[in-house]
Design a binder for this molecule. Structure first.
Ligand SMILES: C[S@@+](CC[C@H](N)C(=O)[O-])C[C@H]1O[C@@H](n2cnc3c(N)ncnc32)[C@H](O)[C@@H]1O
Length: 434
């Protein structure tokens, strides 16, 4: 089968019911489409389908007397995609409706083609009233799960609507120039020369912003390792670590190697990149090879240093902790479908374990940078606050994170999604007493 909408419906159902990541679902299906325009359409359907699932899933529930999602989950996903084509992608009505009806047949459900046609046409007829219903309901309009909206309202009462809106807004692609192979200025010039809307970032030393979303592997310089994709918020790490050549550095949660690579692009380091996920670590190895960089790599659990540590203290430790990823929902819309409220306590407990296990590996006078792509204080300021309270030789360095990044919170700085064009991200810099 090569019907893009039908393939997208199957893949989206895998994301929603099977818990598969959007990236994996796309990678599974995309090779079946020969035309790059079809692959781009598939990508748009999947991303916007995941982003707006909660809204249109609920709306369809209100419009159908006998819901389809249990009996016919893939056709239900196709219906969501039909509404997304009309309301989000703004495709011509005829193309969206006829194409979606055709996809019902491609899925071998001709008996449901009439229902699909009728529901999409009803949406078009009653659009104004239905959009008013959506607009009057924060869950429907934001397309976020109730637990997360409640949590954000508790944590960020003045910012909750801005966060929800940013999670649904498009995000520019940000590249990190590999200083060993090029400069941000030269990279920008090269991309502009190839017809892309590229510009140097206003204040991040290595960042280049690309307004058009594109397959970066086809950009000039990609194969030569001149750049990587990395949001601006993630590009502060080398500065926060206060690196210089020769330091011994531990990147405790390193895969797929974005921050490891950035540190090595800046300095010649004795760096150990650790991660417990061997597949993700293999990806990190590939990334470093493309960029012309080398690090010692180890698969291991950072909470169990006795298994992998050689007893040499580290001058710097980078703890880019596993977290809820609630700061990057605008780039990974499936996060809102996969996270559950109970995940937050679990990841907070793991973060505390990581901090406690890694602290003894830092030399006196050394520095640990704690980072997450979460917006939840439980994983950020409160986490670091509790660590400082139970660790007598740990001191917060409040001034190490530049004031232009995000806002000051009790034990670090937090950027909320979309602010300054960046992802939601948290940093705390902690130093060990001499
Ligand atoms: C936020 S990601 C790291 C991203 C990476 N620093 C980068 O910039 O590309 C968190 C990583 O922590 C790893 N991880 C989670 N728990 C771990 C543990 N106990 N020990 C080692 N790695 C762990 C996950 O496999 C995941 O790759």
């Amino acid at each position: 089968m090569s019907d893009v909408r039908a393939l997208a419906a199957q893949a989206l159902d895998q994301v929603v019911r099977g818990g598969v990541s959007l990236r994996a679902a796309f990678a599974q299906v995309a090779p079946r489409l020969a035309d790059s325009r079809d692959r781009a359409f598939l990508s748009a359907l999947l991303h916007e389908g995941a982003r707006w699932w909660l809204r249109y899933d609920a709306l369809i529930g209100r419009l159908l007397q006998k819901p389809l999602h249990r009996r016919e989950p893939v056709v239900h996903a196709l219906l969501v995609l039909g509404l997304v084509q009309l309301a989000v992608l703004a495709l011509p009505e005829y193309a969206a409706v006829a194409g979606t009806v055709e996809a019902t047949r491609a899925l071998k459900r001709p008996q449901l083609a009439g229902l699909v046609n009728a529901l999409l046409r009803r949406f078009l007829r009653e659009r104004v009233a239905l959009e008013a219903v959506i607009g009057s309901d924060r869950l429907l309009s934001s397309s976020h799960p109730a637990w997360l909206v409640q949590q954000l309202a508790r944590d960020w009462p003045d910012d909750v609507d801005a966060i929800l809106a940013a999670n649904n807004a498009p995000a520019a692609l940000v590249l990190r120039a590999n200083r060993r192979r090029t400069t941000p200025a030269a990279l920008t010039e090269r991309l502009v020369g190839a017809g892309h809307a590229a510009s140097m970032h206003g204040w991040l030393a290595d960042a280049v912003v690309l307004e058009d979303s594109t397959d970066v592997t086809h950009l000039p310089g990609y194969a030569q390792g001149e750049f990587s994709v990395q949001d601006g918020a993630a590009q502060l790490m080398p500065d926060l670590l206060d690196l210089h050549d020769g330091l011994r550095v531990l990147d405790a949660c390193a895969a797929p190697g974005g921050k490891t690579a950035h540190c090595l692009e800046r300095h010649a380091l004795d760096l150990l990149a650790l991660d417990r996920d061997s597949q993700r670590l293999a990806q990190a190895r590939e990334n470093l090879t493309r960029l012309g960089l080398r690090a010692e790599m180890n698969t291991g659990d950072a909470t169990q240093p006795s298994v992998w540590w050689d007893r040499r203290l580290f001058d710097r430790i980078l703890l880019d902790a596993p977290c809820s990823a609630t700061g990057v929902i605008r780039r990974q819309p499936d996060i809102r479908l996969h996270r559950r409220s109970g995940d937050i306590e679990r990841s907070a407990a793991e973060q505390a374990q990581l901090l406690d296990a890694l602290w003894p590996l830092l030399r006196p006078g050394g520095r640990l940078v704690y980072a997450t792509c979460s917006v939840l204080p439980r994983e950020n300021a409160a986490q670091v606050g509790a660590f400082l309270a139970r660790t007598s030789d740990a001191q917060l360095n409040h001034d190490a994170v530049p004031a232009r990044f995000g806002r000051a919170v009790a034990t670090g700085r937090q950027n909320l999604p979309g602010v300054d064009g960046m992802d939601g991200f948290f940093y705390a810099v902690v130093e060990k007493a001499n």
